[in-house]
Design a protein around this ligand. Sequence first.
Ligand code: TYM
Length: 336
Amino acid sequence: MEANTERKPVIFSAIQPSGTITLGNYLGALKNWVSLQDEYDCIFSLADLHTITVRQEPAKFRKNTLEAYALLLACGIDPEKSIFFIQSHVSAHAELAWVLNCYTQFGELSRMTQFKDKAAKHADNVNAGLFAYPSLMAADILLYQADLVPVGADQKQHLELTRNIAERFNSAYSPTFTVPDGYIPKQGARVMSLQDPSRKMSKSDENANGYVALLDPPEVVMKKFKRAVTDSDACVKYAEGKDGVNNLMGIYACVTGKSYEEIEQEFQGRGYGDFKTAVGEAVVEHLRPIQERFQKYIADKAYLEQCYRNGAERAGRIAGRTLAKVMKKIGFLPAR
Ligand code: TYM
């Protein structure tokens, strides 16, 4: 990593504003973003350019983007402390992504497991954007000279590719990009589906009982936890082969701050019914203030607009500097 002695370490991360933001997104990423804001210079983005790799209905896409912006504010992203903007509002992302495409190999992109999964899922629309998605993600991160990128475990492979692209560019020219490290939480990095605990919780799950959306009403959250798949042991214990229970324990630990030992003690001699109800209630209580704040933010369009415009201006200044450096090093003839 390039030395960074004069400034606070820089954090960059992003989330796609597709319809539903899940408890997996929250525990794997958003919750950590909020708590990192005091110690680091944080830059957060809604990665809407990434979202169009899957076809979007225009009016719904616009609505989802604004709602995701309001929801992240409600989660605790503070636009006074952090830069919080919408990716498509800063054109340097698309520009650097093109440049980085030319420094990324076909073979590297072909190995990305997320590409393989998504290509299988959307077999009728395996577009070039879906394939080149990781170089756009690399551009997002590298534009801000980020030191750390807080993400869930599913983004690890994309981060490694980002590091490779940065190192390749730096050695082809001269140090240009900070080579970022991932910041993957110990707990919550991989929240699993409540219906199939061998798969990660995903907003694109066809079975809505598999995921909890941050805006699910309390009775829906409770119903989903009560239906969560466990096992036939009837023993609340973190152990190999108990994926369903392990997942619920992980969620409970994240929202209550309790350790696994404390949870095992709390539910000793009690059945899964009690346990699932307790997890559901703890999640409902954790989400309640977020949902209340969301209603307040989404009702204030003028404030949202002021925040995202300001965010784009601040992000644009930083991104523009990096992009100019890159263009100059490559040898593009300056426009002026
Ligand atoms: P996205 O929108 O799919 O997810 C946003 C964040 O949520 C994490 N996450 C999870 N964590 C734990 N358990 C789960 N079940 C779970 N599901 C999702 C993801 O790891 C991610 O941190 N390509 C990215 C967005 C992106 C980005 C970036 C991230 C675009 N540019 C630059 C970091 C840096 C994505 O689609 O995340």
